[in-house]
Design a protein around this ligand. Sequence first.
Ligand code: SF4
Length: 343
Amino acid sequence: MTAPAANGGPLLDVRDLVKHYRSGGLFQRSTPPVRAVDGISLDVAQGETLALVGESGCGKSSAGRSILRLQEPTSGSVMFEGRDVLALGREELRALRRKMQIIFQDPYSSLNPRLTVGDAVAEGIQIHKLADRAGTARRVAALLEEVGLDASYAGRYPHEFSGGQRQRIGIARALAVEPSFIVCDEPVSALDVSVQAQVLNLLRELQQRRGLSYLFIAHDLAVVRQLAHRIAVMYLGRIVETGATEELLANPRHPYTQALLSAVPEPDPTRQRERIVLSGDLPSPSAPPPGCHFHTRCFHQLRDGRCSTETPLLRPVGATRAACHYAEHSSVAQVTAPAIPNQ
Ligand code: SF4
């Protein structure tokens, strides 16, 4: 997918975002913080989808929530439509939330079981005083139909719906306040594959119709392949590779991206890839390995002592930007099959 041109600068511009969690107990003062997000920079243009991809625990959801200030970031800057989001007071932030919405992974837990679907969708319209009573009912009916649900469902409760339908309700709720930017936090990972495709199609149609921008968080490159204009791959709180979707998937330069990509089913049977299974678990984000965070699991044939002492910078390599000292020597054909790295 070709990325839409950034018209007069990006809609969202995030620089050096950090989110560390500290344990609060009296006897835990010396416990190192959990470095969930460790200095990431990204931008999203109007009408664009940037996918933030990485395995569970890499910090991608913390990044999404910090950008929206659903949790306060430790440091960094978040500019949205030219405004400094981290400097906004409570009322200004509340007003801005209309423009910046989120769709959650688990649509059931994000819906109040005691509210009808109509009331749940109407909530944002009422909070932001976007319509009177009759106007709200009309808007709710139109929103339900826009996300592929019957307007008569407004009087029903969330437990009466399937997972896919509940996610459509969650999308209608987010759309109700007419946002320009939505963080989609693993919105299809709890759904069956066929339902995933329907919800992804709906998100794509809504983007085209409304000019929406998405930060699409996922753990699976297969999910983002059809939707994302660009991809940023995250590992232990850092972005390790980023680029346009087609280029990044065709020639990933970071070994971690290569491992993620090897798990994606290849539709062309003549081009099957060898599956790269990473050794070991994701290290603890409260004690990330020094140098390149990935060095304890890296299978690159050139990995050496420099990797465990010197942090690789995110830099242009081929058609993407990769944070690997040896990314120039790191096309898919050149990486060795997974070996157990020396610790
Ligand atoms: S810098 Fe070294 S450890 Fe890190 S990805 Fe590159 S080769 Fe592997």
